[in-house]
Design a protein around this ligand. Structure first.
Ligand code: NIG
Ligand code: FE
Length: 415
């Protein structure tokens, strides 16, 4: 008899997301989903010790047995792209957009990201921690157990540091596993208008200290019309790589500039957004193994008619991940389940592809492929019991929270 602390049994459908594939799940493989009916999961010391059919785990004795009542159980979701830490909010921009102002026009006029920069500079460290914690907990209540958080609303040395330290404090205090990204190159601050290169040099000068203090693992940039060009982005991210960071790119989010090609050239861990990615960019990202992190909530929220070409990316043999892009301007939601619905409706992804995109592939997009996104022996027992009869149900029934219970490292967090 093997001993466990917890045994989850009577699982109607169990998705462990464990497979023979090493690394991100690409192309046609994203369609292959193993569904275990009548499943069980055994946990000891916060880690999974066995997962499979209930009869395969019958030799395991557990201190506590949890009846999953025929529900769906999956790994905790992994959220690979958020702008978690910011001051203020931007509800007034909704009316501007209704009157016809575009996202980039609002930014050009000193609003958008720059208005959040002003608010973030004015907000105290303690208040930023509290606010970020509030959003993080809501995200967790929606089933996310590992997430990424970017800086990028400071755009000066002190405030960028403040944001990164907020993330570091949350990493220590929160149950959520958090991966930190430095996005000092998120926009050109008002005091550096017309001097993008000078500003990027100032941000790049922060790399050694960020590295030394372990304040971020990744460096990101907003490569976009009116923000940073492809060449400026290339130069900045090359310096980031030289300083020992892996890189990510807000690529081809609004205008098709060639951000996807840049992500491939640099061997970025992910290229994010990609609404305007070219055929060549899509092909090269797949070839270079750069994960396409798609954020359909942003195109939805910005009222765009075109969407990232997930079908072409998968056809090209690429790996796709999905994310909320949670931020106060272009995608104001902590609900990754809603993003799963938008991926089905607007990106035409199948439910099987979607589950890969919010677990294994999103974990790989933030360098956590070996520890998160799967229910497998040796991994943390991060799992969600869903009020749903099967895995198709989550993207299908949209806009609400289907979480029954979230477990983080074997500890019950939300129910
Ligand atoms: O991913 N595009 C740049 N950054 C965010 C939006 C940030 C904001 O509007 O505050 C994005 O869309
Ligand atoms: Fe973003």
């Amino acid at each position: 008899m093997k001993q466990a602390d917890l045994l989850f049994y009577n699982i109607g459908q169990l998705l462990t997301m464990d497979s023979d594939v090493d690394g991100p799940v690409k192309g046609k493989d994203m369609q292959k989903l193993t569904v275990i009916e009548n499943g069980a999961v055994a946990v000891k010391d916060g880690k999974v010790i066995a997962a499979g059919k209930e009869e395969e785990l019958k030799d395991i004795e557990a201190v506590e047995k949890i009846d999953c009542e025929g529900k769906l159980v999956t790994p905790g979701l992994v959220e690979p792209h958020t702008h978690l830490v910011f001051g203020g909010s931007r509800e007034h921009e909704m009316a501007l957009k209704q009157q016809g102002a575009s996202y980039l026009e609002i930014l050009e006029q000193g609003g958008g990201i720059l208005s959040t920069v002003r608010a973030t500079r004015e907000t105290s460290y303690e208040d930023l921690v509290e606010k970020a914690k509030f959003h993080l907990e809501r995200m967790m209540s929606y089933g996310v157990t590992t997430m990424e958080a970017k800086s990028g609303y400071g755009l000066d040395v002190d405030t960028e540091m403040k944001q990164l330290k907020v993330v570091q404090q949350l990493q220590k205090e929160s149950k959520m596993d958090i991966v930190s990204t430095f996005l000092g190159a998120h926009a050109i601050p008002e005091e550096r208008k017309g001097e993008p290169e000078k500003f990027l040099d100032e941000m790049a000068a922060m790399f050694p200290e960020i590295k030394e203090k372990g304040l971020a693992e990744f460096v990101d940039i907003f490569c976009e019309t009116g923000v940073f060009s492809v060449e400026q982005s290339r130069d900045f991210l090359k310096k980031a790589k030289e300083a020992g960071f892996r890189v990510k790119i807000h690529a081809d989010e609004i205008d098709p500039l060639g951000g996807a090609e840049l992500a491939a050239d640099l061997g970025a861990i992910s290229g994010d957004h990609l609404v305007g990615a070219s055929d060549e960019g899509i092909r090269r990202m797949a070839e270079e193994g750069v994960i396409a992190d798609l954020l359909p909530g942003t195109s939805f929220y910005l009222g765009k008619k075109s969407h990232a070409r997930a079908r072409d990316m998968i056809k090209a043999g690429g790996a796709v991940a999905l994310s909320t892009d949670f931020n106060p301007g272009s995608s104001v939601t902590e609900n990754l389940q809603m993003i799963m619905s938008l991926a089905a409706l607007n990106l035409k992804m199948t439910p099987e592809e979607i589950w890969h995109a919010v677990t294994v592939n999103s974990a790989h997009a933030i360098g956590r492929g070996e520890t998160a996104g799967k229910i497998a022996p040796g991994r943390k027992a991060d799992l969600v019991i869903w009020d749903a009869p099967n895995y198709l149900y989550i993207p299908y029934h949209y806009g609400v929270n289907h979480v029954n219970t979230v477990y983080k490292a074997g500890e019950k967090l939300y129910e």
